[in-house]
Design a protein around this ligand. Structure first.
Ligand code: ADP
Ligand code: ADP
Length: 237
């Protein structure tokens, strides 16, 4: 379970990214965060794997306050809490396989993995992850030879290879056309269901949020202004 207790974040220039957030997200939930640009969605998501660090409050993941973590703990946190970005964040000149298996680096941290020597089990896990998002036929292509939708599927496979408890997706479909966006959302929803991975996704479009989410969190000016089941959204907005 993820729990925010009175979490605030003020950026160094004085901008308040989050204002007194109190939230609980249960294991296996699929939560979509919506709101206008600048509402704090990205700050909320990124605080859950400490890509940004709240300046006040407590943020628990499975009863550990991640705001108290040192750099060694952060490495483990970022393996257990995987991240997907708008612009895929793949190493463009590397193969799909190298990109996907790099999801294991932080986890093993051994000399072997740093040298890129992986065990049969790791290679097979990476390949299976690619199969689950239907992109295994591109395994030895360079990442920059794939379309945007294909690159985002590779990014999902990379996160799956980490075997995470939680997946955070920061505007994962903002660079994709509508059919490809639906495809990526369908894969995120599928892995959430199959592996019971708690998933938190930022989206611009409320229609898409209502189609995929169990629960929708609405943000404005750093605050949560709506929190409820997707089915309640049309009545209250
Ligand atoms: P959203 O994801 O909803 O667009 P963000 O979380 O990116 O919103 O931003 C929330 C607020 O924090 C905005 O006012 C934004 O300008 C500000 N902000 C975001 N990142 C930084 C930063 N690194 N330094 C200063 N202000 C920032
Ligand atoms: P999808 O919708 O399955 O993500 P697209 O229909 O956009 O893929 O792309 C079709 C094919 O064109 C893909 O197999 C991909 O390899 C190739 N392709 C798309 N964009 C690029 C690009 N920028 N550079 C090289 N090849 C590309």
């Amino acid at each position: 379970m993820i729990e925010f207790k009175n979490v605030s974040l003020v950026y160094p220039n004085g901008t308040q990214g989050l204002k007194n957030i109190n939230l609980k997200i249960n294991d296996g939930e699929f939560v979509v965060v919506v709101g206008l640009s600048g509402a704090g969605k990205s700050t909320l998501i990124r605080s859950m794997n400490r890509l940004v660090t709240p300046t006040d409050g407590e943020l628990f993941i499975d009863d550990e306050n991640i705001l108290a973590y040192n750099s060694r703990n952060l490495r483990k946190l970022r393996t257990e809490v995987g991240m997907i970005f708008q612009n895929y964040n793949l190493v463009k000149r590397s193969t799909v396989m190298k990109n996907v298996i790099s999801g294991r680096l932080g986890y093993t941290g051994t000399l072997k993995s740093l040298l890129g020597i992986f065990s049969k089990e790791e290679l097979s896990l990476a390949y299976q992850s690619l199969e689950r998002v239907n992109i295994a036929e591109k395994v030895y292509q360079r990442a920059d030879q794939l379309s945007g939708g294909q690159q985002q599927r590779v990014a999902i496979a990379r996160v799956l290879t980490q075997q995470p408890k939680v997946v955070l997706a920061d505007e994962p479909v903002a660079s994709l056309d509508p059919p490809t966006s639906h495809q990526v959302m369908t894969y995120l929803r599928k892995i959430n269901k199959e592996d019971n991975i708690t998933t938190v996704v930022n989206l611009h479009f409320i229609d898409m949020a209502m189609e995929y989410a169990d629960r929708i969190i609405g943000m404005r000016a750093g605050e949560v202004v709506f929190d409820g089941p997707a089915s309640e959204v049309s009545e209250s907005t």
